[in-house]
Write a protein that binds this ligand. Structure first.
Ligand SMILES: Cc1ncc(COP(=O)(O)O)c(C=O)c1O
Length: 396
């Protein structure tokens, strides 16, 4: 049977990500991979997960095992009100919505807003998983220029004026892949631009709580609530295996997002939502977050130190105040695919940066490095190997 003949036209846009193919090599046990994007298992709250489960059963009983509202488990929506107020996001419980990871918000936004050929504006580079979520809806992407401080507001303004995108997808805090954070001034500028042009923005914020230094800045949503769908996640502060995310959105958009979700999964797991409720309402989040930060901060410092020692002077890289990634850029002749192959020979892996651009010609001399998963010792070894791999390719 020719199963391909049955496939919908939209699957043309859905090719399994090339990054998966390339990272298959990185799964070899002798290779230290800086390519992943996962939290460290050491950061999971295994010591009190039983306690959370017991509390959830005591408080909610069979309600935590029943279907729940598509909008979210009522107790979690309530608990999220205070949680979001800590970010200056002022909403009532009926204005917070729970989703199956923040990833599913990205898919739902594509589903309700994008017809084939519509424009979506994305940062250059951007989160690869967002491109994968939007691709089935057959958009045309337009790139927003960035510099070392994140997206350039004037470029966003130009992109909006020239392409009238359905929405702009932005990740202003510890962005994946660069780790960059938009300054308060730029956030206000972005808010002013999207208010003036009445442009919808997705503000994706799964890393905001992972701050190792520097000053917090309020989400763009707080300056333009009618233009912004703000989404957060428990994946990086609790555990990604729970698959719980949440969002705040303008009224008409959230009505459609709920309708879209009804047809996809009816509701996000009641049980894991009950665990998340106890995690925040019981004060566990506030006690646990500093532990995660104390695991990640030294790993990031080690990586930055070792890069200074081993990377050639022709390379530059980000010095993020938080998050999970460092982004490096070499001279134009640094072909990261060649460096990747050389890295594999030297038993180290990373993600070549070109995968994070909607334009396949961009980012050939860039790379993303993750520092959360490996031990400090392995990070040292990996960066030494990577430095040697880069030098071999550049001198060869
Ligand atoms: C920028 C960004 N957005 C969204 C997600 C999806 O996260 P979740 O586990 O909440 O679906 C990720 C996951 O790594 C991410 O990096």
């Amino acid at each position: 049977m020719q199963h391909d003949t049955f496939l919908a036209g939209r699957t043309r846009n859905m090719g399994s990500s090339a990054i998966r193919e390339i990272l298959k090599l990185a799964a070899r046990p002798d290779i230290i991979s800086l390519g992943g994007g996962m939290p460290s298992p050491d950061a999971f709250p295994t010591e009190f997960i039983d306690e959370l489960y017991r509390r959830a059963m005591d408080h909610y009983g069979t309600e935590a095992l029943q279907y729940t509202r598509t909008e979210g488990f009522p107790a979690l929506r309530k608990a999220l009100v205070d949680h979001l107020a800590g970010q200056n996001i002022e909403v009532g419980a009926d204005e917070v919505f729970v989703t199956t990871g923040s990833q599913s918000v990205l898919d739902a936004m594509g589903k309700i807003l994008v017809s084939p050929g519509d424009h979506i504006a994305v940062e250059a580079p951007t989160y690869l998983g967002a491109l994968q979520a939007f691709n089935p809806y057959e958009p045309s992407y337009v790139q927003i220029d960035t510099d070392e401080y994140g997206l350039i507001p004037e470029s966003l303004e130009r992109v909006i004026a020239e392409h009238n995108p359905k929405f702009a997808y932005l990740s202003p805090t510890f962005q994946n892949p660069t780790g960059r954070t938009l300054s308060l001034d730029r956030r206000k500028q972005v808010a002013e631009i999207i208010r003036r042009s009445d442009t919808l923005v997705i503000e994706d914020d799964p890393y905001g709580a992972l701050r190792y230094r520097g000053e917090w800045a309020p989400p763009i949503q707080t300056f333009a609530p009618e233009q912004v769908v703000y989404t957060g996640s428990f994946s990086k502060v609790f555990a990604p295996g729970l698959r719980v995310g949440y969002y705040v959105a303008p009224e008409r958009v959230r009505q459609w997002l709920v309708i879209a979700k009804q047809g996809v999964d009816l509701n996000t797991s009641s049980l894991t939502q009950a665990l998340c409720t106890e995690f925040i309402a019981g004060g566990y989040h506030d006690r646990h977050l500093p532990k995660i930060i104390e695991i990640y901060r030294p790993k990031q410092e080690v990586m930055l130190e070792e890069m200074k020692r081993h990377f050639p002077d022709s390379f530059t890289w980000t010095q993020p105040d938080g998050g999970m990634f460092i982004w490096a850029e070499g001279p134009a002749e640094a072909d990261m695919e060649k460096i990747y192959e050389e890295g594999i020979r030297n038993k180290v892996a990373f993600v070549p940066g070109k995968f994070f651009y909607s334009d396949p010609e961009s980012g050939r001399a860039t790379m993303r490095l993750n520092f959360t998963v490996n031990s400090e010792e392995n990070i040292r070894t990996a960066i030494e190997r990577l430095g040697a791999s880069i030098r071999n390719v550049l001198s060869g």
